[in-house]
Write a new protein. Structure first.
Length: 176
């Protein structure tokens, strides 16, 4: 059974677990810690190390994917919503590889969810356009056409009444 470690960095929480890649199922407990206030790169890396230590992963050959709430291109973060502006233009993949001492795969969080949904969820074998929306601290989105990802669609960056749509429609808006 092929497995991987998944880490999801969000605006309010950082989660990790071991996933069965064939079935798309969680094979471990889901570990969560709060996202550090300000979400600066060094603080986020420390929190990721904490969830991985708590998860108890000893096998450094197990693939590690990190999902992040930003536009990500070639491992670099090009935006920063609900996180430190230090992430803009930051070589995040290299930063995490250096900090964790291993190779990782660094992607947009909603894109990761969209690909998982198209492989294991309701969008499996779907033809045409599939749109996935994530509602959390912010709003994320993934577009897939015939199961192929159109990366970094980021509908959460739209404006409404002169402000980010996230102020009005994210899960965090409901909590206010």
């Amino acid at each position: 059974m092929a497995k991987a470690i998944g880490v999801d960095i969000g605006g309010t929480g950082i989660k990790a677990g071991i996933v069965d890649l064939e079935h798309g199922t969680l094979e471990s407990d889901r570990i969560r810690v709060p996202t550090p206030k300000g979400a600066a790169p060094a603080d986020v890396l420390a929190a990721v190390k904490e969830v991985l230590t708590t998860l108890g992963v000893q096998d450094s050959n197990l693939p590690l994917g990190v999902a992040f709430p930003a536009i990500v291109k070639y491992g670099k973060t090009l935006s920063a919503a609900n996180i430190s502006k230090e992430w803009i233009g930051f070589d995040a993949e290299q930063f995490f590889e250096d900090g964790l001492g291993r190779q990782i795969h660094f992607v947009n969080d909603a894109d990761a969810a969209g690909v998982a949904e198209s492989r294991h969820g309701a969008a499996r074998d779907a033809r045409g356009l599939t749109i996935l929306a994530t509602l959390g601290t912010g709003i994320g989105s993934a577009f897939l056409y015939d199961g192929v990802l159109v990366p970094n669609t980021e509908l959460g960056h739209l404006n409404f009444r002169g402000e980010s749509i996230e102020k009005w429609a994210a899960y965090s808006a409901m909590e206010r």
